[in-house]
Design a protein around this ligand. Structure first.
Ligand code: PMP
Length: 428
């Protein structure tokens, strides 16, 4: 811990909270973050020489595990030919073709650098297409940090109990309406009140930023119907679920087709890359085809594209990666459930494929209020034991645990033991 502590002290003098992104600072668990030196497969190593089993996976991208040799090689090959040209490359066309082939609703796509940008730009295109201003989002869903989306957002805002961000003009935030996840009546009420002014409704088809919350049967179908009835654009934010719930994302899994899709994380294989896409007539609104402006110096960066293409090639050729990740996740879910029962812990476990969360609450977690009913002190104590057992999970109640296709049986056995210790610690 000495090196991490020293670096963190220096970092705190130089960077807000000592980090480049808030949740990394471990504020919610009151600890010092581990500074990472390297990672390989399902393991991540800090500067003090600790070897952890990693269930953060860079917050989603690392479905193939860290430093996959084929992905690394693909990136290196490109980097030696130049890191950025600011000009089109064939690799981008290959990646866009793969995204369109994989995602059932996507007909045309634009590459960007982060999930934030993907969502922000998709919303601008939807507004440009419909000529309307309002958007609807769900309480507890996180869609990146663009102004209009920091309204009742999840992830780091929920962890730090910051419902909204300072610095967002009221006039801007007032264009964002919020509904309750899994509650179609709350959506209907908004559309009945001002549906003709709603450009788009955006949803995480499986919510993963208030912890993992699954859509109830009929919820996504209901959103499809309501948005269609009012001529509003349905946007699926598949930044987490895309290529994780399966190669065709949540839309393939649930068989509900949105008009637009935001993608990120896995499609960049751990490099800064994201994308938004959708119906051709909407995407053709985007410059230079249409009047909606959106651009990027590093967009379609060749190294990021190479990592993305190789990652998707591997996933497409090896569907068993999904089965493997899901099977290992199922074992962890079982360990959570068995220990919750054994030690009479007030907790529930939600899982969608290789994504899951344990919530320290008695009630089923189906929306923001039920997620927010979790006992955060309990989470802290659980987290501390897991970390002491070398299990690297998100330092927040309101994030997902990400299982990769390379977590071994040995990793799972060690994690099961840690879960037993973490959930057994409150026994009288
Ligand atoms: N949408 C979702 C569903 C996300 O989980 C995230 C980030 N965790 C984003 C958008 C924003 O992506 P980025 O951090 O790459 O800007």
């Amino acid at each position: 811990m000495d090196k991490s502590q020293n670096i963190f002290e220096k970092a705190c003098r130089l960077m807000p909270g000592g980090v480049s992104s808030p949740v990394r600072a471990y504020r919610a668990v009151g600890m010092t973050p581990r500074f990472i030196e390297r990672a390989k497969g399902s393991h991540i190593y800090d500067v003090d020489g600790h070897d952890y089993i990693d269930y953060i996976g860079s917050w989603g991208p690392m479905l193939l595990g860290h430093a996959n040799p084929e992905v690394a090689e693909a990136v290196c090959q490109v980097v030696y030919r130049g890191t950025s040209y600011g000009a089109p490359t064939e690799g981008e066309v290959t990646l866009c073709e793969m995204l369109i082939d994989a995602m059932p609703s996507v007909e045309m796509v634009r590459l960007v650098n982060s999930g934030t940008e993907a969502v922000m730009s998709a919303i601008r295109a939807a507004r440009g297409y419909t000529g309307r201003d309002y958007i609807v989002k769900f309480e507890g869903c996180y869609h990146g940090h663009s102004d209009g989306l920091l309204v009742k957002a999840g992830s780091g805002l929920m962890t730090q109990n910051v419902p909204d961000s300072a610095g967002v003009p009221e006039a801007y935030a007032s264009k964002t309406l919020t509904a309750v996840y899994n509650d179609l009546d709350s959506v209907k009420a908004l559309f009945e009140a001002c549906g003709e002014q709603i450009a788009a409704l955006i949803v995480e088809p499986v919510a993963a930023n208030m912890g993992v919350v699954l859509p109830k049967p009929g919820f996504l179908e209901g959103l499809r119907k309501i948005t269609e009835d009012y001529g509003s654009i349905l946007i699926f934010d598949e930044v987490i679920t895309g290529f994780r719930l399966g190669y065709s994302g949540a839309q393939g899994h649930y068989k509900v087709l949105p008009d637009m899709t935001a993608m990120g994380k896995i499609i960049g294989g751990g490099m800064p890359l994201a994308a938004y896409g959708g119906r051709k007539e909407i995407m053709e609104m985007v410059a230079p085809s249409g009047p909606v402006y959106q651009a990027g110096t590093l967009s379609g960066n060749p190294a990021a594209v190479a990592a993305g293409v190789k990652t998707l090639e591997i996933l497409k050729a090896h569907p068993e990666i999904y089965t493997q990740a899901e099977m290992q996740a199922e074992k962890l879910e079982k360990a959570f459930l068995e220990n919750i029962e054994k030690y009479h812990v007030d907790a529930v476990c939600n899982r969608a494929g290789s994504l899951m969360s344990i919530f320290f609450t008695k009630q089923p977690v189906t929306d923001y209020p039920s997620a927010a009913s979790s006992d955060l002190e309990r989470f802290k104590e659980y987290f501390a034991v897991m970390l002491a057992e070398d299990i690297y999970i998100a330092p927040s109640q309101f994030e997902a645990l990400f299982v990769s296709g390379v977590h071994s049986d040995e990793d799972i056995r060690k994690t099961e033991t840690a879960i037993g210790k973490a959930l057994g610690q409150w026994q009288a």
